[in-house]
Design a protein around this ligand. Sequence first.
Ligand code: ADP
Length: 640
Amino acid sequence: MADERVLVVDDSTEVQEALRNLVLEPGGYRILTADDGMEGLRLALEESPDLIILDARMPRMDGIEVLKELKNRNVQIPVIFTTFHGSEDLAVKVFRLGVQDYVIKPFEPREMQSTVKRVLEDAHLRAERDRSFRQIQAANERLQQQLEEMQTLFRIGRSIGTLLDAETVFDQVVEAAVSVSKAEEGFLLLKEEGGEELVLQAAKNLDERMAGGLRVQIEDSLAGEVMRTGKPMLMSRGRPKVSTGYLVNALAYVPLKTPERGIMGVLGVVNRRSERAFGEHEVRLLSALAGYAAVALENAHLYDRAESERLKLRTVLQETGEPVIVLDSRQHILLCNEAAYSALDLPGDVVGRLAKAAIQHPALRALLRSALTRRRTARTQVEVEDGRIFSAELTRIEGVGYVLMMQDITQLKELDRIKSEFVFTVSHDLRTPLTTIQGYVSLLDRVGPLNEQQQEFVERIRTSIVDITSLISELLDLGRIEAGYDLEMEPLHLEAVIDHVVEEFRPVAAEKNQELRWTPRTLPLVHGDRQRLRQVVENLLNNALKYTQEGGRIAVEATEGKDHVVVHVADNGIGIPAADQPYIFERFYRVESTQTQDFKGTGLGLTIVRSVVEKHGGRVWVESRPGVGSVFTFVLPTLE
Ligand code: ADP
């Protein structure tokens, strides 16, 4: 490369001339000359030439000494060493002192030219390599620093997710802000609710006096300006002021913004002793950290709000006179009010426990079990220790779990009982006059001949008496069943009871040309009243046959469950409209339609079925579709 400067240090003018005229000028190099080592060293230090051609023997300071001096001063100029008296020793010595090449005089100009060229090229390459190395090193350091910054941000980000306590997050954010910006001090200020001041929330290395109660006016402070403009602030001139009496050399402030409530505060770092200023890079890092602090603030706010809503709800539920228990989707108790504790006589604190472990009442446990498999609200009746009777309702609530509400129906039950007793007494009292009427009616044709019309009237009276008598006997039955007086419980085989009834109904089915299917299988024993259970199957079969057209199919099936037996009575008859289904087990309820109007009935059959089944600790329900048919199912617990 032309224009490079070569320093020739040699006491021989001849050599100087030869180098100038034969080697360096033709090569396009600029030349500096020194006649001895001392002068050579001075020029080398002052002029920093690109290459030195150094003679070994010179007055005042020889070549070796020059090399030593250059080495001592850590001067890295490439050197070609020249000598008349070459020896291996000398060569080793000078190479150790960092010489690039070694030439024995007299030299061939061409040879010298190519040596100069090569040494300079090598020096260039080395310089290039050193520069690249330094660049890589610098890039590496930058990467390392960025990695550390990322790790700090990541750590804080992760802890935000797990920490609900905003203050801890603020401390971590300020700590990280100081560390990533390499600042001396850092702090986080938040706007006071409805106030005009910013109040210190967290600080790192802040002067104790200041940290004690740092408050700054939004109106006339730098932090206040950040609040007003919503923009970061960088300052490093004119000793900016954090607050009265708190002057610093450099500061960087970033706003703390929440999406819901706007700018809530300022995150700041300052240098008080060092003059080092902060830059855009620090602002970016601080902004990320301020973002985390904002999330923590928002989380804390949302948590407070949710918590206060929860407390409100809890208070309302606690004050409610009716027992209420709230469960999560896995049926752990989330909330249980006082009324529930006292009604169910629950032990200690049940919150957090699994409902089936905390609640012992069998009916409620069955209700909880059934809710796991069914989507709809489930209900049951619960009689508690102190004699009160509750109607319990378990409702599934999306996103929460379940709510168990219990309504005290003790009084309603009592009224119901009084009513039943009244009906029972009246029915009973009606029986005597009815028997009398029936007796006299049957005597009428004996006392004298009746004409045809009289005959017909008497016949109608007789059928009506039969209807009333069966109504009264069903009412009396119901009264007895509900009172539970005359249940004669014994271990029995339900399949035998069903078998008996099915055989009873075979002629009736045959008359309507209906298929009646029943395959008995051995079932576990149940504890029941044979007479009443027979009545249950009779009523269900009677309905199935009655409400199924001629030629239809009726099937009875009984199977064994985990701790119960299940009986289905299915038909492909007229079916029951969905709107009527919830009521058909109620007293006197009959579906009113053109299809049912021709069928006689009291509307008490299914009421008796339900009463008997429930008195046995079981349940009965219907699944039906108009035009397709109905399936009545009842379950009874098996004997343990
Ligand atoms: P009823 O004496 O009227 O049969 P129930 O209490 O036995 O009284 O039944 C109530 C009502 O339920 C009946 O009136 C009828 O409308 C309907 N029902 C009962 N069983 C069936 C069935 N298998 N198919 C269609 N409807 C039925």
